[in-house]
Each structure stands twice: as structure tokens, then as C-alpha cells.
Design a protein around this ligand. Structure first.
Ligand code: HDD
Length: 705
């Protein structure tokens, strides 16, 4: 499905929110409505005297300020969000009665919040972490929250372990170090004693954990849910979000540097893209499994540490989500939005996945603590339709429920509001038959912790494997406890793939286990489940080794200084902007530079403010003289770093001398360093190279001359 530009106006939710916004140009008042005569001087006894208690305006203003924060989310504190719409391609009435899936003409408003998990609210965007991908659908039958991640599995199989997992990954409690990182002893101590985390560890040590942008991430509902149709027939379903821009990441060194140079990198990218009309889009995909096929795929579909490979159950793309507007107020919308996996609409239901079951408790509980008992009344959380029930009062109540009846059954209010036993659009839980003894036991069918970790490894391209080895090695080299380091090797890595264990051993100095733990001892293969070919195979869908369809939204730095050919620069800008790339002219200093052809060239950003890590590719035009550019240490550093991070680099004519001054090899066309071509050919090759995103074989920066 082609990317569809959004042409509509505000979504129904944005119109709903707009009714709350302040009048423009109004006079400053206190919270009691008094016009304020002076907001810059507090009331005091004489010009040099003490401030008076009586100054109610000062006290009100300061008190409100003192109470401006609410508790940050215990996980997923750092995030950014946007409004948009979802549209289904064709009615899915055979599968579900869920409101967003009935009518292709219907635009369902959504609010989507992306997040990291471990860091606090002020932490950097580009840390190695799972990304939250939470979608609130404002349907005409109520709010549905699909609270997913950018990885399809999770670390643990049972919600009772969640506080332990989070305590282990968060900063260590005695010194609150390190911020937003899993690279420390307590995390690796926990996961090495929790073999069910092996598959998820592969995902978080892959480049999936350092996305280039939110728009280039996949999303997953993780658990198996149910779709229920009007006849009451249920099927199992896994939800996927497929980004139309493709799946692309940074590289680790780049991500770390971006965290310092632009901690708001992802937030800024999302905000800027929406402001310029480059609306991020994802297709919603469904993997639908008939109830009778529940045990057909060699894994327990209730186990959140497993995927059903797309090659076994294809992902059917059923609709398109487009993010069209930024929030008007970060706190009121992005901070106060309250997601809950238990917010579902008729036609969607749960399964007995023990992680999902625990989440069904946790999200409501956390919203009550974080936002308060009336969180659902806040503008960003309230459904589009009227809410009517007998719940009353509590802190921050907005609704004024008139009358004396707040109970059911009642006669005094004619039985209203009444429940709807007959209504087809009322929510009814799927009548799954449940019968079992009360036990604290995990099903044996959850026991195979390694096959899919191996499947993931087998499915990676060579460069992806290199990055995974490097990531495990980096993390373990940050760990100081030798027992922890060795346990990761013995209990986790050596059970996934010998090649992986050997690679990490070589980079960390951790000895390989003397006798490799036999896979059977580590809980595989699982004798209870039919082998559906999954353990030996590959799943190409897991690899990120792909080429983008276009370069829309990619950021190119064009390096210039005095002497640059303004004519070449114009052609470069026009060609790349026709491709909807973003082109910024970067020079050692801000302002303008004198082009070789006498034209003054405006500079977008000065090199100290324009680190190479925030660009996807770099181009150096020629001109009468590039000596000023060659002499700049910042420019040489820029080029070296871009080279190290595998970015497309092109130089035209005398621009090549700048590459030479930076000691870059110039004969590497296959690896995305384009030189020795005409301007036209350079641009064609450059766009092609940008569609490949990165050239990961270049992992060593040349030493600057
Ligand atoms: Fe969670 C937030 C996703 C397991 C408890 N979670 C939160 C958010 C996302 C996820 C996207 C941020 C929502 C937002 O943007 O406001 N969480 C997941 C996924 C999981 C998962 C995909 C596994 C499949 N979570 C999980 C478990 C528990 C929680 C097992 C507890 C038993 N999660 C929470 C929470 C949070 C939360 C404490 C923190 C803030 C919030 O809910 O609103 O309730």
C-alpha cells in the first residue's frame, strides 16, 4: 500500500481537546479570575523591605509551581507522542466486531506514545533499550489501548517477576548509576539467572534497540489476544505495526554520541517530521490463528517470550495509521495520557498469557497512583462518547453529577444509567471455558528458552551478528562481577550459538565454558510440542538487512566553506529535496559563505551545532577552492565519524580534496563513498546509497591526517 498523504483536518480527538484550550490574547488572571496588575514584582514593605505574606498572587503562583510535577512513570518515563488516525483497508467483520475494523471510510482518531523503558523522564532518547509503542484508539465504542513494544517478545513469562526485572535494569539503588542503561551488573545478574530472557536479550542486543527514529521501528502487541466476531466466534491474534519507511537503526557508537549531542533526537525527529508534513505511517498487521490451530506451531501461543514466525503465519496488513499532529501541550497530553492493556472494545479480548494477566492489574493501578482516580476524565484520556455510571467523587473530579441517585438498582432515576444485557454493541467477555487446580506452576510448554534465541541468531545477516556480538561484549565489559560475566557466558550465550559465545569470549576475555551446557539441560528441545521446523530454520522477516523504498525524511549535511560552487549546491539541494530528503548546509561557522562563483551561500547550521551523528549522509560539493574546508578540524572529524558510522559520503570535483584531507579512502564506491563521478551520476548513486541506509562493513575510522 503506498504511503498516503494525510489531507484531512483535525481528528475528532483533537477537536475534543481544542475545546479546552485557552483564549488567545486574554488578560493574565489569578486562578480565581482576578485581573493581575503586576506579575513582575511581589508585594513588599518598601522597595527594599521584606515580602508580605499577604501577597496571595505570589503564593498562589509559587504553590502551583511547587506542585507542577506528577510522579514519573515507574517504567517508560521518557517518551514522546503524536495524534493521528487509523483506517482499515477493508471490513474485517468476519474476524471481529471491533469498531476500528468495520468501515474503510471511517477514520478512528489515535494518540500514540513512544518511549524508552529504563531511563528517567529527562534521560536521552538513543540509549540501548526496548521502545514502548502504545496506541490509544478513540473508537465510537470506547477507548482501545494497544500497549506494545518495538520488539515482539519480552524478558519474562510471568508478571510476578516484573518488579524484579525492573529493579535489576534500573540504576543500582545505592548510587543511582547508571542512568538508562542495561550495561551493569544487576541487570546481567538477573537475566543470567532467568534463562527465559534469552530470546529477548537477542533483540535488545541487536540494532532494534537503537532505532534511527520512531518512524523506522516496527511495533508489536507481544501477547496473543483474541478477535471475536458477531457470531461470537473467536480467533487468536498477534498485532504488528509495519513502518512504511522501513526498519532502520543507528550504530552503537553513533547512538551513544547522539545521546550527548542531541538527547532529544527521536522526540525532535518525530516533532519536526509532523510539522513539515512528513507524517509517519505504519500498517497494522494481523497474524490470525484459528482456535483449533492453537498447538500447531511448535510454541505455546500464551508464552510472551516466543514469536510465531511470519513465514509460518503470514502477517496480513489490514489498515494504515498516520500520525498527523503534534500535541499542543506535552504535559496535558503526553505526560497525562494513561494507557491500560485492559482498555479494550467489543470484538477484542484477552488470553491467559500470565504476563498479560498481570498487566491487566498493573496498568489501572499505576494510573490511579500516578494520575489519580479520575484519570479517565482528563481530556487526553476521556473517550469521545458520553460516560455514564455511578462512580463518584475522588480527587480532581471534573464531572458534576447532578441529582441524588448514585446507585443501581434504583427507581428514583428510572433505573438509569442501566446496563445493556441485550445490546449488540455492549462488551461481553469471551466465554472461554476454564477449569484447573489452583497451583503456582508454569506450563511445561513454556520450557524451551533457547530455540527462538538461536532462530533469531540464525536469521541475522553477517553485519547484524557482528553488532550483536559487539553489544553483548560492550555490556559485559561494563560489568565488574566476574561471576556474573561468566554466568552470562555459561548459562545464556553458549546455549544460543557457539559462534556468538566465541565472539563474545574473544572480545571480553570471558572463558568459554569447559563443557558447553547441553541444550537439553537448558530446557530444549521441548518434547511436548511438535517440531514445526522452527528450531533449525531461519526467519528472514527478523533481519533488518533491507533497502528502503525512498529517502523521505533522511537528513543530509552538505559541507561548505568559502569557494564552494553555489551552482552545484543548488542542484544538490533541489535533487535531494525532490526526493523529500532534508538538506542542511553545514559550514565551520554560521551566517553565510562566499561561493566561488560570487554568490553568498546561507549556512543552515554551524559545525559545532551540527554533529555528524544527527545526519544520515554527507556530501561535499566542489568549487574554485576547498582549502578552507580542508583546514577545518571540525569538518575532518565530521567526515571521519560519518565514515565510521557507515554513512553514505559523496564528494564532487575539488570536494574530493576535503575527503583526502580527512584521510578518507576515496575508492570505495561499493561501500558508499562516492567520488570521481559527474554531479548527476553522483546524485543518482548517492540516493541509491541512502536507500541502503548504512554500509556496516566500514567499522573503523581512518586516523585523521
Ligand atoms: Fe508495561 C508502561 C509496554 C510488561 C507495567 N508498558 C508501559 C508502556 C508500554 C508498555 C508501551 C508505556 C505506556 C505509555 O506510553 O504511557 N509492558 C509493555 C509491554 C510489556 C510490558 C509490551 C510486555 C509484553 N508492563 C509489563 C508488565 C507490567 C508492566 C509485566 C507489570 C506487571 N508498564 C507497566 C506499568 C506502566 C507500564 C507500571 C508504567 C507507566 C504506565 O504503565 O502507565 O503499569
Amino acid at each position: 500500500m503506498p504511503s498516503v498523504p494525510f489531507v484531512g483536518g483535525d481528528t475528532a480527538k483533537q477537536r475534543d481537546l481544542a475545546s479546552d484550550s485557552q483564549e488567545a490574547g486574554s488578560a493574565l488572571t489569578t486562578n480565581q479570575g482576578l485581573k493581575v496588575s503586576d506579575d513582575q514584582n511581589s508585594l513588599r514593605a518598601g522597595p527594599r523591605g521584606p515580602t508580605l505574606m499577604e501577597d496571595f498572587h505570589l503564593r498562589e503562583k509559587i504553590t502551583h509551581f511547587d506542585h507542577e510535577r506528577i510522579p514519573e512513570r515507574v517504567v517508560h518515563a521518557r517518551g514522546a507522542a503524536a495524534h493521528g488516525i487509523f483506517q482499515v483497508y477493508e471490513p474485517l467483520t468476519d474476524l471481529t466486531t471491533a469498531a476500528p475494523f468495520q468501515d474503510p471510510a471511517k477514520e478512528t482518531p489515535v494518540f500514540v506514545r513512544f518511549s524508552t523503558v529504563a531511563g528517567s523522564r529527562g534521560s536521552a532518547d538513543t540509549v540501548r533499550d526496548v521502545r514502548g509503542f502504545a496506541v490509544k484508539f478513540y473508537t465510537e465504542e470506547g477507548v482501545w489501548d494497544l500497549v506494545g513494544n518495538n520488539m515482539p517478545v519480552f524478558f519474562i513469562q510471568d508478571a510476578v517477576k516484573f518488579p524484579d526485572l525492573i529493579h535489576a535494569v534500573k540504576p543500582e539503588p545505592h548510587n543511582e548509576i547508571p542512568q538508562a542503561q542495561s550495561a551493569h551488573d544487576t541487570f546481567w545478574d538477573f537475566v543470567s539467572l532467568t534463562p527465559e530472557s534469552a530470546h529477548m536479550l537477542m533483540w535488545v542486543m541487536s540494532d532494534r534497540a537503537i532505532p534511527r527514529s520512531y518512524a523506522t521501528m516496527e511495533g508489536f502487541g507481544v501477547h496473543t489476544f483474541r478477535l471475536v466476531n458477531a457470531e461470537g466466534k473467536a480467533r487468536f491474534v498477534k498485532f504488528h505495526w509495519k513502518p512504511l519507511k522501513g526498519i532502520f537503526s543507528q550504530v552503537w557508537d553513533e547512538a551513544q554520541k547522539t545521546a550527548g549531542k542531541d538527547p532529544d533526537f527521536h522526540r525532535r525527529d518525530l516533532f519536526d517530521a509532523i510539522e513539515r508534513g512528513d507524517f509517519p505511517q505504519w500498517e497494522l498487521g494481523l497474524q490470525v490463528i484459528e482456535e483449533e490451530d492453537e498447538f500447531k506451531y511448535g510454541v505455546d501461543i500464551l508464552d510472551p517470550t516466543k514469536i510465531i514466525p511470519e513465514e509460518m503465519v503470514p502477517v496480513r496488513r489490514v489498515g494504515l495509521m498516520t500520525l498527523t499532529a503534534n500535541p499542543g501541550n506535552f504535559f496535558a497530553e503526553t505526560e497525562q495520557v494513561a494507557f491500560h492493556v485492559g482498555h479494550v472494545v467489543p470484538g477484542i479480548d484477552f488470553t491467559n498469557d500470565p504476563l498479560l494477566q498481570g498487566r491487566l492489574f498493573s496498568y489501572l493501578d499505576t494510573q490511579l497512583r500516578r494520575v489519580g482516580p479520575n484519570f479517565a476524565e482528563l481530556p487526553i484520556n476521556r473517550p469521545l462518547q458520553r460516560v455514564d455510571n455511578n462512580q463518584r467523587d475522588g480527587m480532581g473530579r471534573r464531572q458534576i453529577n447532578r441529582g441524588r441517585v448514585a446507585y443501581f438498582p434504583n427507581g428514583l432515576a428510572h433505573g438509569c444509567p442501566m446496563h445493556s444485557p441485550e445490546a449488540a454493541d455492549a462488551f461481553r467477555s469471551y466465554a472461554e471455558k476454564v477449569d484447573g487446580a489452583k497451583i503456582r506452576v508454569r506450563s511445561d510448554s513454556f520450557g524451551d528458552h533457547f530455540s527462538q534465541a538461536t532462530l533469531f541468531w540464525n536469521s541475522m545477516a553477517g553485519w547484524e551478528k557482528d553488532h550483536i556480538v559487539a553489544a553483548f561484549s560492550f555490556e559485559l565489559n561494563q560489568c565488574t562481577d566476574v561471576v556474573v560475566r561468566q554466568r552470562v557466558m555459561d548459562a545464556i550465550l553458549s546455549n544460543i550459538a557457539l559462534e556468538l559465545a566465541q565472539g563474545v569470549a574473544a572480545r571480553t576475555g570471558i572463558p568459554l565454558p569447559e563443557a558447553r551446557v547441553h541444550p537439553a539441560a537448558a530446557g530444549r528441545p521441548n518434547a511436548d510440542l511438535p517440531d514445526a521446523g522452527l528450531r533449525v530454520g531461519r526467519s528472514p522477516a527478523l533481519s533488518m538487512d533491507r533497502v528502503a523504498e525512498d529517502i523521505r525524511g533522511r537528513k543530509v549535511a552538505v559541507l561548505v566553506d568559502k569557494g564552494v560552487s553555489a551552482e552545484q549546491l543548488t542542484i544538490i539541494q533541489e535533487t535531494l529535496m525532490d526526493e523529500e530528503a532534508i538538506v542542511e548546509v553545514v559550514a565551520p561557522t554560521a551566517g553565510t559563505v562566499q561561493g566561488g562563483d560570487g554568490v553568498l551561500v546561507p549556512v543552515t547550521r554551524a559545525a559545532p551545532n551540527a554533529p555528524s551523528v544527527v545526519y544520515d549522509a554527507v556530501m561535499v560539493p566542489g568549487g574554485a577552492d576547498t582549502s578552507a574546508l580542508q583546514a577545518s578540524g571540525l569538518i575532518r572529524h565530521f567526515l571521519n565519524e560519518a565514515f565510521l558510522h557507515g554513512k553514505p559520503i559523496a564528494a564532487i570535483g575539488t570536494g574530493e580534496q576535503v575527503l583526502a584531507a580527512a584521510n578518507l579512502p576515496t575508492a570505495l564506491k561499493e561501500e558508499g563513498v562516492i567520488t570521481g563521478e559527474t554531479l548527476e551520476d553522483t546524485l543518482t548513486l548517492f540516493v541509491e546509497a541512502m536507500r541502503r541506509h548504512r554500509f556496516p562493513q566500514r567499522n573503523v575510522a581512518p586516523v585523521p591526517a
